[in-house]
Design a protein around this ligand. Structure first.
Ligand SMILES: NC(=O)c1ccc[n+]([C@@H]2O[C@H](COP(=O)([O-])OP(=O)(O)OC[C@H]3O[C@@H](n4cnc5c(N)ncnc54)[C@H](OP(=O)(O)O)[C@@H]3O)[C@@H](O)[C@H]2O)c1
Length: 267
């Protein structure tokens, strides 16, 4: 059981970067924490620090989320532990290079983590919270969901998956009391590129956000009830115009006859 009135936040990929920063910020808000990642010593160090600093309860659940049995273990905890009120579905890996340069087996591992595990936990969280009539799921996507021509296609596609999943979960679980948000960071200074053998040095510093700024903006968006939060985007009107154009396609996406431009009209 959680002693916190806010309950427990389950954060995946909590051992570094964005996940560790969410853990810090949520601890400061008074959440108890359940930290998930592979690196047990880093998770334990963070757990000790945050429980000492904030007087909250922090548990550690080691899991390799590319292993389906480990994902099921985390899913089971999510379903069974009634103290859990928030899932931060964050664990993910980035690309090693462009699609034509990348290792196809590594790309499949990326799908296993960024898509298969993320989907399983997001859906399990939404199902569980919908039954209880309350709870929240924060999915970490990326702005590259919008620019597939300019980034590794498999990575971009994993993040487009998370974005679409979030829209659908919000539509279905929102009316049942579940708060759903996708966060779309731009470049954010973490270990992500170093882990994949790269670095942030190839990007202009003006494009790279500090991780605490990114997470603080994302949590501000969460507090404001945003479903999609894009911390870098200056004018929300740009995203609203994009969304309006997407919705405008709706009435014409399925008809009984092909469009006239294909020249198939029967006399
Ligand atoms: N940084 C950016 O520019 C950026 C931009 C947009 C979106 N994102 C997204 O933000 C999320 C967090 O990335 P980050 O930038 O914070 O990178 P990071 O510093 O490399 O952190 C990644 C986290 O995921 C965990 N992880 C990696 N493989 C795992 C596995 N097999 N099983 C369980 N946990 C695993 C890592 O922990 P262990 O190694 O201990 O397992 C670590 O805690 C990712 O979904 C990423 O795609 C990042």
């Amino acid at each position: 059981m959680s002693a916190s009135a806010l309950g427990t936040a389950l954060v995946t990929g909590a051992s570094s970067g964005i996940g560790a920063t969410y853990a810090d910020r949520l601890a400061k808000r008074g959440y108890d924490l359940l930290l998930v990642a592979r690196d047990v010593s880093r998770l334990n160090a963070l757990a000790e620090k945050l429980s000492a600093e904030q007087g909250i309860k922090v548990d550690v659940l080691p899991a390799d989320l590319t292993r389906r049995e480990d994902v099921r273990k985390v899913e089971q905890r999510l379903r069974d532990d009634e103290a859990i009120t928030l899932l931060v579905n964050n664990a993910g890996i980035g690309p090693k290079g462009t699609l034509l340069e990348d290792d196809i087996d590594y790309l499949e591992t990326m799908i296993e983590l960024n898509v298969v595990a993320a989907n399983r936990l997001a859906v399990a969280g939404a199902q569980t919270f919908a039954q209880r009539g309350k709870g929240a799921v924060i999915n970490i996507a990326s702005v590259v969901a919008f620019i597939p021509e300019r980034f590794n296609g498999t990575y971009s596609a994993t993040k487009a998956f998370v974005l679409n999943l979030t829209h659908a979960l919000h539509a279905e679980a929102g009316p049942k009391g579940v708060k759903v948000q996708a966060v779309l960071p731009g470049l954010t200074r973490t270990e992500i590129f170093e882990r994949a053998g790269g670095s942030f040095d190839r990007f202009p510093p003006s494009m790279v956000m500090d991780v605490t700024d990114m997470v603080d903006a994302a949590l501000a968006g969460f507090d404001q009830g945003e479903v999609i939060t894009i911390p870098s985007l200056p004018a929300i009107a740009d995203f609203e115009a994009y969304t309006a154009a997407r919705h405008a396609l709706g009435p014409n996406l399925s008809h009984d006859k092909p469009a006239g431009r294909y020249g198939l009209a029967k006399a």
